[in-house]
Design a binder for this molecule. Structure first.
Ligand code: PGA
Length: 302
């Protein structure tokens, strides 16, 4: 089914917020359409900067991108990517880490090499680094900075939570600086949490927030627990802030499944408020919603 939209803008929208809606009959058609928009942008500008998301919603987009790349002709060698977030405390090789997800679901199929000169280059891929449990996890520069900041620390290999938090906050600031240097992000892909979170910006997050260390809510940990089986879900993450996200030129908000319908309704028809982080999107002038039939809160558009 071809997308339905751009749809009319409900009268409750005000100011700059003029979202476009594309509604699809399946996750696959949604993924293909979103990937096509990204490919079009890459074809216009080889140096495009993409903001990428994890979770189950963007998977069909990544599948379609890999398929297009394998067909040949898509040049990713100058594309830069920034991921939204990462858990604190997980090894990048941990199967639940977002580093692992991105490698498995996307990057391993697209990597640059001498035999694959149109692939994406490692140095252009950016994912927040949440691993700071041990001294040896830190870069040489970070080790020196830590010793300077905590002059009384001995040579313990395990970082205290104070030390670990300090390192993560420092990395978060550096991540934001890097986005400013390479950016702005041309297209930011976003999922939406059932509680309205964007990235790991939980209810109550400031709409001006920058990349930072965040505490995960019980709701998010419970929802994400489905991937962790018998293990504890991390309690913290490093996440782009809403202010950082809103700097992107264009935002693609993706949502599929009935469980997203309620929060989309609140986001689209409610007031802008910090309790529902996704309402911050109403402050952005170029948001495109890619929805499937079940997530679509406005059945009249079908
Ligand atoms: P999901 O997660 O794509 O797995 O539903 C979205 C989110 O929590 O932002």
């Amino acid at each position: 089914m071809s997308p339905i939209g751009p749809a009319t803008v409900p009268s409750s929208y005000s100011g700059e917020f003029k979202p476009h809606f594309h509604v699809f009959d399946s996750r696959e058609t949604l993924g293909q359409a979103c990937a096509n928009c990204i490919i079009e942008e890459i074809q216009k500008n080889k140096q495009v900067v993409l903001g990428l998301a994890t979770g189950s919603t963007p998977l069909p987009v990544y599948k379609a991108l890999v398929k297009a790349f394998n067909r040949g002709g898509l040049d990713l060698s100058e594309v830069t990517t920034f991921n939204l977030d990462e858990y604190v405390g997980l090894d990048p090789r941990d199967k639940q880490s977002y580093h692992y997800y991105m490698k498995e679901k996307l990057f391993k199929n697209l990597m640059w090499s001498e035999d694959n000169p149109l692939g994406i280059k490692t140095e252009n891929i950016h994912i927040p680094n949440g691993q700071a449990t041990k001294f040896q996890h830190l870069s040489f520069e970070e080790q020196n900075a830590l010793k300077k900041q905590f002059p009384l620390r001995g040579d313990e290999s395990t970082l205290s939570s104070l030390e670990s938090n300090w390192i993560i906050c420092r990395r978060a600031e550096a991540y934001d600086r890097l986005i400013n240097q390479c950016g702005p992000i041309d297209i930011q892909i976003l999922g939406i949490g059932e509680n309205g979170h964007l990235a790991f910006c939980e209810p109550g997050s400031s709409h001006e927030g920058r990349t930072s260390l965040v505490e995960l809510t019980a709701n998010t940990r419970a929802v994400n627990g489905r991937f962790f089986h018998d293990r504890n879900v991390p309690t913290q993450a490093i996440s782009m802030g809403i202010g950082t996200i809103l700097q992107a030129r264009k935002i693609y908000l993706l949502a599929t499944g009935e469980r997203k319908q309620e929060i989309l309704k609140k986001t689209l028809y409610g007031k802008v408020c910090e309790e529902i982080p996704a309402t911050a999107l109403k402050k952005h002038s170029e948001v495109i919603f890619f929805l499937d039939i079940e997530a679509n809160p406005d059945k009249r558009k079908l």
